[in-house]
Design a protein around this ligand. Structure first.
Ligand code: GDP
Ligand code: PGA
Ligand code: MN
Ligand code: MN
Length: 607
């Protein structure tokens, strides 16, 4: 780590240097630090964060090299209502994104950034999403006044000197990500543990591939490589260049016979991606390995198949609900340390705890707001969107293919969400266009991953509603175009799953989920191989009663039948909701999707 005056040229990458100079002149930090990504830099920053009261160092015997961070209670999730796609033309942002004229937004935000880093250090983080040795490495640079961001970025992305050197050699283009917590230290005011501002903007300029983020220090608002670059900006790049940037886990599955399949799954935030990516199959002989848990970039390979890479380097996982009985792989990953925990509770012996980590809560904790907590407190000890940031490579079940810059060929795509009713445990789409319809009409109950109401059903196309960097109708068309470009036999088959259906009588989950989801994966794989039975229903192909392997399953046939049931009345009620959604997309709704809706309507009316 080198401290420099803002005017000292630090890189031979001319465009980067002039941008950094420009940002420093605007934001007026006390110093500019170029991040090298080293262990020494991590040690220095984490020590400094402990001294500032931002981090608590956990007991190294329990969680080596790990830290707890409690954010400002107002800055705990992505802020969708403050997230903007500032495309040149309003119609290109579409009906699902907030839009402001880019010149106007830049003018507004420039005034916010003016002097916003006073009294602080400005860090320059060169990073690459995906592999540095990819055919086209995808560079970015985040400039930030948050050391919390730097430490999290070091876990979540490949950062530092090797990246900068390659950028310099290639004089490579890069995505510019400007981030400020918006809390300058002026008039001798001391710092607070979690600086942020009540004014927040998470702004994207898709044409110029720029990100301007202001006012929040949290996750997807502030770690700009993740949602802002790898989904919103990359989705616009992918549309222009014929590939796909998707909100998907990537899983490698090996059957008892030793055949391997790669499955991608798009579920909205807090709907089970990380859990499925780390599944320990409940079925004898099946094994699973993780390639990615949140984002997939997919491109056609020379053989005409779709290949997916995980552009990330770490996991930013939801803590509550993560325990040995649900996601043992995640527990083993974080136990190795080198992790940051945000908004969970602190135990009296210097470890972390959250709801679901163990069955019996400790008798005393310091909760995520810093208050004394006991099981009698009557409030959760951890925020529902509390997170662990941990290196992907520490996952015991990481697939060796994670290191392959060419990625893995995807055999099946799962779309899933949280639906208490209507959507069966699993069904298969009839073909690509029908599968795109299933994805385009995906719906889910909202979660704590974003600020706002929880538990409200909304349409979330391909689980990308908060992450599409352009018009949602054009995005659906891009999916159809991908299909049109390919040999249908080489395209992944598309399925919908729903782990969250409830029993109408007692409200309990009909399906045990987690490791038992392997039973659904087995059916999916057998459908690919043409060996599993399915029955046609108005919505698609559902497993026949005997087609799901129930060996050792803790639920009875009757309950399984409820989980799989396609209720025509439910679907009759679903059709107008889909019509309403498509009406919102407007005249950029692709005609084949309107045709698919007409077919669904016909099917449910005839059933
Ligand atoms: P992600 O944000 O999509 O990665 O979602 P996670 O995998 O972190 O899961 C979010 C929440 O859903 C956690 O509280 C999990 O315990 C819960 N969850 C995940 N998979 C299942 C499942 O199969 N069944 C049920 N009932 N809950 C699940
Ligand atoms: P996620 O995103 O809920 O999809 O993991 C949250 C975030 O990045 O803040
Ligand atoms: Mn996500
Ligand atoms: Mn996740």
């Amino acid at each position: 780590m080198t401290t420099i005056a803002t005017t000292t040229p630090r890189t031979t990458h001319a465009d980067l240097q002039s941008w950094v100079d420009e940002v420093a002149a605007l934001t007026q930090p006390d110093e500019v630090v170029w991040c090298d990504g080293s262990q020494e830099e991590w040690d220095r920053l984490t020590t400094q964060l402990v001294e500032n009261g931002t981090f608590v160092r956990l007991d190294p015997a329990k969680k080596p090299n790990s830290f707890l961070c409690q954010s400002d209670p107002t800055d705990v999730a992505r802020v969708e209502d403050r997230t903007f796609i500032a495309s040149e033309r309003e119609e290109d942002a579409g009906p699902t994104n907030n839009w402001v004229d880019p010149a106007e937004l830049k003018a507004t935000m420039t005034e916010l950034y003016r002097g916003s880093m006073r009294g602080r250090t400005m860090y320059v983080i060169p990073f690459v999403m995906g592999h540095l040795d990819a055919t086209v490495p995808m560079f970015g640079v985040e400039v930030t006044d948050s050391a919390y961001v730097v430490t999290n970025m070091r876990i979540m992305a490949r950062i530092g000197t090797p990246v900068l050197q390659t950028m310099e050699e290639l004089q490579a283009p890069f995505v510019k990500g400007l981030h400020s917590v918006g809390d300058p230290l002026v008039d001798g005011r001391p710092d607070v543990p979690w600086p942020c501002s009540d004014t927040k903007y998470i702004a994207h300029f898709p044409e110029t591939r720029e990100i301007w983020s202001y006012g929040s220090g949290y996750g997807g608002n502030a770690l700009l490589g993740k949602k802002c670059y790898a989904l919103r900006i990359a989705s616009a790049m992918a549309r222009d260049e014929g590939w796909m940037a998707e909100h998907m886990l990537i899983l490698k599955l090996t059957s008892p016979q030793g055949t391997t399949h790669y499955v991608a799954g798009a579920f909205p935030s807090q709907c089970g991606k990380t859990n499925l990516a780390m599944i320990e199959p409940a079925l004898e002989g099946w094994s699973a390995e993780m390639v990615g848990d949140d984002i997939a970039w997919m491109r056609f390979g020379p053989d005409g198949r779709l290949y997916a890479v995980n552009p990330e380097f770490g996991l930013f996982g939801v803590a509550p609900g993560t325990g040995m009985h649900t996601n043992p792989q995640a527990v083993r990953t974080i136990e190795q340390g080198n992790s940051i925990f945000t908004n969970v509770a602190l135990t009296d012996d210097g470890d972390v705890w959250w709801e679901g980590l163990s069955e019996a809560p400790p008798s005393h904790l310091t909760d995520w707001k810093g208050n004394d907590w006991t099981p009698e407190s009557g409030v959760p000890s951890s925020h529902p969107n509390s997170r662990f940031t941990t290196p992907a490579k520490q996952t015991p079940m990481i697939a060796p293919e994670y290191d392959n810059p060419d990625g893995v060929p995807i055999d099946a795509i799962l779309f899933g969400g949280r639906r208490k009713t209507t959507v069966p445990l699993v069904y298969e789409s009839r073909d690509w266009a029908h599968g795109v319809f299933v994805g385009a009409t995906l719906s889910s109950e909202t979660t704590a991953a974003a600020t706002g109401a929880v538990g409200v059903v909304r349409r979330d196309p391909m689980a990308m509603l908060p992450f599409i960097g352009y018009h949602a109708g054009d995005y659906m068309q891009h999916w159809l175009d991908i299909g049109a470009h390919a040999d249908p036999a080489k395209l992944p088959k598309i399925f919908q799953v729903n782990w969250f259906r409830r029993d109408e009588e007692d409200g309990s989950f009909l399906w045990p989920g987690y490791g038992d989801n392997a039973r659904v994966l087995k059916w999916v794989v057998e459908r690919l191989d043409g060996t599993a039975d399915a029955v046609e229903t108005p919505v698609g192909l559902v497993p026949t009663p005997g087609a799901i392997d129930t060996t050792g399953l803790g639920i009875g046939d009757e309950q399984l039948a409820k989980a799989l049931r396609v209720d025509v009345e439910d679907w009759k009620a679903e059709v107008p909701l889909i019509e309403e959604w498509f009406a919102r997309i407007g005249d950029r709704l692709p005609a084949p999707l309107a045709d698919e809706l007409a077919t669904l309507k016909e099917h449910v009316e005839q059933a």
